[in-house]
Design a binder for this molecule. Structure first.
Ligand code: IMP
Ligand code: ZN
Length: 358
């Protein structure tokens, strides 16, 4: 029953990398278009890998999405798949990439993503989609700067959709502090910041990045002392009420947590801190948002009411305006009686505190 419940639950996805979310179906389409044979683009359920192996998968996928048509196709399919999984609000993030041999520039890349989002809007899919541009820490500050300039440009011309900037890429490469001026520049022009932070122990950069402060944190795996973090990191996150985007399967496969029992979800959830269940890379990690909710339920003994409150309170942390959030809450309210009837249960709205809207 919990499986069906998680599938029917209206959901919010706030941490999904476009190229990491590519399904096997889409990979097939790309392979046949490029007349290539099959490779291993994702991990089988239950498998583990090193972070390097995870990044190797992204590199392989990037070889398939090296032109604007593929980027469009991938984005279009990913939106449809999240829609089929009952995701009502989706924030995609992606690293604008240039590929000289196909003529794809970073700007054309973003245009292709936005075109796919517009197409889905024109199809009247019941899903709101926003975009964050990712700064890959491996690519250095000048590309980071260029990415922020692009985000600002599209924010001005397409303000509804481009809502923020993400800092991501291999956490073992470079120093996140180098990007602080670039991130401040983004924030000063009204873009929201979601930062991959403390995915691996990173004492040097964490405090400075936390003090920006970001609008949301991706992973935050090693913030708390039990995970080789620091109490002052925890205090800062709590003081700023910075929501955490938590991705169970991704952390398990990437081995940034020893096992799910020791996943940071428990630590933050018990503190009633805003936690958002996300997929990270549903394609590479062979998962879906419904499966992530299910996994959270079985690992942390969450009941349907807890899952309902988690999905509803995720709206508070979205990077859209307050009016759009109200519309989403209305949607949840409307479908609640149907879900209660179908599963013969009463979904309690109180208990887990709804957090401030960011
Ligand atoms: P893209 O930005 O749409 O090309 O999605 C793939 C990219 O997302 C990867 O190359 C990484 O830079 C980033 N990414 C995906 N998952 C993670 C993660 O768990 N940590 C850091 N970066 C990630
Ligand atoms: Zn991520």
């Amino acid at each position: 029953m919990i499986k069906e419940f998680c599938e029917e639950l209206p959901k919010v996805e706030l941490h999904a990398h476009i190229n990491g979310s590519v399904s096997e179906n889409t990979i097939e389409k790309l392979l046949s278009r490029k007349q290539k044979s099959d490779h291993q683009y994702s991990f089988k359920k239950g498998s583990t890998a090193t972070l390097n192996e995870c990044f190797e998968k992204f590199r392989l996928i990037h070889q398939l999405t090296d032109d604007t048509d593929s980027v469009y196709q991938v984005t279009y399919d990913v939106i449809h798949e999240f829609h089929e999984d009952n995701v009502k609000y989706l924030e995609l993030r992606s690293t604008p990439r240039e590929v000289p041999k196909t003529g794809m520039t970073r700007e054309l890349y973003v245009e292709a993503v936005l075109r796919a989002i517009s197409k889905c809007e024109a199809e009247n899919l019941d899903i709101v989609v926003k975009l964050l541009l990712s700064i890959d820490r491996r690519n250095g500050i000048s590309v980071g700067h260029e990415t922020v300039k692009l985000a600002q440009k599209f924010q001005a011309s397409d303000g509804e959709r481009v809502v923020g900037v993400d800092l991501s890429g291999d956490p073992n490469v470079g120093d996140g502090r180098d990007f602080i001026p670039v991130l401040k520049e983004a924030r000063d022009s009204g873009l929201r910041l979601s930062l991959h932070l403390c995915e691996v122990p990173a004492l040097q950069e964490t405090m400075d990045l936390l003090c920006l402060p970001p609008d949301r944190i991706g992973h935050g795996t090693c913030l708390h002392p039990e995970a080789r973090g620091r109490q002052e990191f925890v205090d800062t996150v709590i003081n700023h009420k910075t929501p955490l985007e938590l991705c169970l399967t991704s952390n398990l496969i990437g081995q940034t947590v020893p096992d799910l029992d020791n996943h940071q979800f428990r630590f933050w959830y018990e503190k009633q801190h805003p936690c958002i269940i996300c997929t990270d890379d549903k394609g590479v990690f062979s998962t879906s948002l419904s499966e992530e909710y299910q996994l959270a339920a079985s690992t942390f003994d969450l009941q349907p009411s807890d899952l309902w409150r988690l999905s509803l309170s995720s709206i508070d942390s979205a990077f859209c305006d307050e009016q759009s959030k109200e519309k989403l809450r209305e949607k949840w309210k409307l479908c609640k009686p149907q879900i209660e009837k179908r599963f013969n249960l009463k979904l309690e709205s109180s208990g887990y505190q709804t957090q401030k809207s960011i």
